[in-house]
Design a protein around this ligand. Structure first.
Ligand SMILES: Nc1nc2c(ncn2[C@@H]2O[C@H](COP(=O)(O)OP(=O)(O)O)[C@@H](O)[C@H]2O)c(=O)[nH]1
Ligand SMILES: [Mg+2]
Length: 329
C-alpha cells in the first residue's frame, strides 16, 4: 500500500502490531522500531461504526511516521482471527486479534482453577478457531500422583497440556519452546500465576521493562488492560487482566456443544448435511443426555448451556436500545 502525500511525496507505511491501548492513544510495536506511541488517523476514528473500538491488541496496522516522530495509524490490516468475550449485559469486547494459541493459565491449587473456567475458555477458542494450550501452574505444590490425576483428565480428552512451575526452569523452557514464533493470548483467573509465568518467560519483570506503557498511562481512559509483548527469542504473548469467567454469550448453542471432543464424535455421525439447530434428531444432544459423558463433563456442559439461557432473558429487554449496555442499571 502506498499513501500519496501532497501528490509528489509517496510514503511507504510501516506495519506495526498494536501492543496496548490507552483510550485515544495506541502503543505499537515492531522489531525494528520497538515500542512507540501512536494516534488514529481522524477518518479511521469516525469510521468505527458499531464497534466500541476499531482496533484491538494484536491488530496489525499500517502506520505513517512523520518527521516529528509522531506515529499515525492509517489503517488496520484484515484479521486472521479474534477473540471476544460477551457479558450477560450484552457488552462484547474484542480481547485480541491475530493469535495462534490461547494459553489457558490454570492453577492446580492455591487457588485451584475450576474446570468450568477451563471449559468456557476452550469453547471460546473453538468458536474462534484458535488452538488452546492448558498451562497448569504451581505444579511444585502437588505430589506427582495428584499432578497426574489432574492433568490426565484434559490430556485424555485430547488437549495439549503443559504443567509448569516458576521454580522448575525445565518446565519454563518447554513452555517457551511451544510458544516459539507464535502469538499466544494468556488468560487466567487472578492469582493463577499468570504474571509470574510471563516474567519467567521474559526473564525479568515485564511491567518495569515496558516503559512506554508506563509513561503514557492514561488511567481513567484505559479501555483495556491487555498488552502484547515480544518474548525472546521469538514470538509474542498477549497478557489479559485476570478475569473471573470467560463470557460465552456470543457462542451459538451448537458450537458450544461441538467444543466438547466427546460430542464432536456424535456430530460427525449425524446424518443431516446441515446443522439441525439442535432438533430432537441432534446426535450431540442425544449423547449429552445418554449419560455417556463423565459426570464432571456433563455438569460443565449443562452449566454453560444454562448461561446461554440467561442472555435470552436479558435480550427481551432489547439490547439495541442500550438499556442493558454498560452497568446493569
Ligand atoms: N508455589 C508456586 N507459587 C506460584 C507459582 N506461580 C505463581 N505463584 C504464586 O501465586 C501468587 C499469584 O501469582 P501472580 O503471578 O501474581 O498471579 P496472577 O494474578 O495470575 O498474575 C503469587 O504469590 C506467586 O508467587 C508457582 O509456580 N509455584
Ligand atoms: Mg497478574
Amino acid at each position: 500500500m502506498t499513501i500519496e502525500k501532497k501528490q509528489s511525496e509517496p510514503i511507504e507505511p510501516i506495519i506495526f502490531r498494536v501492543s496496548r491501548i490507552f483510550g485515544a492513544f495506541y502503543e505499537i510495536y515492531n522489531e525494528r522500531e520497538g515500542y512507540n506511541r501512536a494516534v488514529l488517523r481522524g477518518k479511521l476514528r469516525l469510521d468505527k461504526g458499531d464497534e466500541r473500538n476499531p482496533i484491538a491488541v494484536g491488530d496489525r496496522v499500517y502506520v505513517e511516521k512523520k518527521q516529528s516522530s509522531d506515529y499515525t495509524i492509517l489503517n488496520r490490516l484484515g484479521r486472521d482471527n479474534f477473540l471476544i468475550r460477551k457479558s450477560e449485559q450484552g457488552d462484547s469486547h474484542v480481547l485480541c486479534a491475530n493469535v495462534d494459541n490461547v494459553g489457558i493459565i490454570a492453577s492446580l491449587t492455591d487457588p485451584e482453577t475450576k474446570t468450568g473456567f477451563i471449559d468456557r475458555s476452550i469453547a471460546a477458542c473453538y468458536q474462534a478457531g484458535i488452538h488452546p494450550i492448558i498451562i497448569f501452574t504451581k505444579k511444585d505444590l502437588l505430589t506427582e500422583a495428584e499432578l497426574n490425576e489432574k492433568t490426565h483428565f484434559y490430556e485424555d480428552l485430547g488437549y495439549q497440556i503443559l504443567p509448569v512451575s516458576y521454580k522448575d526452569p525445565i518446565s519454563i523452557q518447554t513452555l517457551r519452546e511451544s510458544l516459539l514464533a507464535k502469538t499466544t493470548f494468556f488468560v487466567g483467573i487472578s492469582g493463577s500465576g499468570k504474571s509470574t509465568l510471563i516474567n519467567s518467560l521474559f526473564g525479568e519483570d515485564i511491567q518495569k521493562v515496558n516503559t512506554i506503557s508506563n509513561s503514557s498511562k492514561k488511567g481513567r481512559h484505559t479501555t483495556t488492560n491487555s498488552y502484547l509483548v515480544s518474548i525472546p527469542p521469538s514470538g509474542y504473548i498477549i497478557d489479559s487482566p485476570g478475569i473471573k469467567e470467560w463470557g460465552i454469550f456470543h457462542i451459538p448453542r451448537e458450537v458450544l456443544l461441538a467444543s466438547f471432543p466427546e460430542l464432536q464424535k456424535s456430530q460427525s455421525i449425524c446424518k443431516l448435511a446441515e446443522c439441525c439447530n439442535l432438533s430432537d434428531q441432534c446426535e450431540m444432544l442425544k449423547t449429552l443426555e445418554s449419560g455417556d459423558l463423565l459426570p464432571e463433563r456433563e455438569i460443565s456442559m449443562h452449566s454453560m448451556l444454562e448461561s446461554l439461557d440467561r442472555i435470552h432473558k436479558v435480550r427481551t429487554g432489547n439490547l439495541k436500545s442500550g438499556r442493558f449496555r454498560g452497568k446493569n442499571k
